[in-house]
Design a protein around this ligand. Structure first.
Ligand code: SAM
Ligand code: SF4
Length: 266
């Protein structure tokens, strides 16, 4: 469906948890995070019901994200439930890959088509520093598991500070080229200040062509990452929340004090 700026809105990102097994420096504070109460988290059935409603207004692309989506119990079941919605032509997940050795095959069998994996460096010490304790061999094992499971194409999300020529980014690109992976470079953003840039090698950061809506794990439908607008799907009901989000999706993001990467999902 078109929004009021004639943008075709066909892409839904669903954050299924605000929990994560890493603490990336640009995403989450090390401690003191106010996590969403378990009782507020949408059930797998509620998420599926909302998505069924969303495909009726033209959503045909769905990405599961988080927090770390594989840290939520039932993530594979959710994939199975969403994969049954025949209008969805592209069902993907963004993950840090730490748990992919355990779940890649099950995810593929459940109907997940592909994964985006976050990796900002191929240096073990730098990875440990950026993620505050992550082990890069877990990610490499996760990537291997995704390849073996056939979750193609596998895209690597690499956050950059200023340039795609930074040493970490150059090394990630080389690694991707050598392993049949697609690298996407994302400028580090500041949601509060509304600082964002266009994604190299992918879509995003381009307000004029934005096609997205976002659903948080506690049921807030957000028309823009860089806006505080949100519509509670439990309060308004799925149809009305979708209608309001489409009607009020801003022309361009300016900044948000309520959104965080780990609760909206990037
Ligand atoms: N945990 C999963 C992961 O890391 O892939 C999914 C959720 S994570 C919030 C989604 C994406 O947001 C990741 O690719 C991550 O690199 C990106 N991200 C987080 N904080 C960011 C920031 N400040 N600027 C740009 N990208 C960011
Ligand atoms: Fe976790 Fe992903 Fe945020 Fe890193 S970017 S802290 S892996 S949610």
């Amino acid at each position: 469906m078109l929004d009021r700026f004639n943008r075709e809105i066909n892409y839904l990102r669903i954050s299924i948890t605000d929990r994560c097994n890493l603490r990336c420096v640009y995403c989450m504070p090390e401690e003191g995070i106010k996590l969403i109460d378990h009782r507020s988290i949408l059930s797998l059935e509620e998420i599926t019901e909302f998505t069924k409603c969303a495909v009726k207004i033209g959503i045909n692309k769905v990405r599961i994200t988080g927090g770390e989506p594989l840290a939520r119990k039932g993530a594979v079941n959710l994939v199975r439930m969403l994969a049954e919605i025949k209008e969805i032509k592209d069902l993907s997940m963004t993950t840090n890959a730490i748990l992919l050795p355990k779940y890649a095959r099950e995810l593929k069998e459940a109907g997940l088509m592909r994964v985006n994996i976050s990796l900002d460096t191929i240096d073990p010490d730098r990875y440990r520093a950026i993620t505050r304790g992550g082990e890069i061999t877990d990610v490499f094992n996760g990537i291997t598991a995704a390849i073996e499971a056939g979750l193609f194409p596998i895209k690597i999300n690499c956050v950059i500070k200023k340039s795609i020529n930074e040493p970490d980014a150059v090394a990630v690109k080389k690694y991707c080229d050598a392993n049949g992976l697609t690298a996407r470079f994302i400028y580090e953003m500041d949601i509060e200040k509304g600082e964002f840039g266009i994604v190299h090698g992918g879509s995003g950061g381009d307000c004029e062509n934005c096609n997205r809506l976002r659903l948080t794990s506690d049921g807030l439908l957000k028309p823009c990452l860089f806006s505080d607008l949100s519509f509670d799907v439990r309060k308004f009901g799925c149809e009305q929340a979708l209608k309001l989000a489409l009607e009020q999706k801003p022309k361009c993001g300016v900044g948000s004090t309520s959104n965080k990467f780990y609760n909206v999902g990037g």
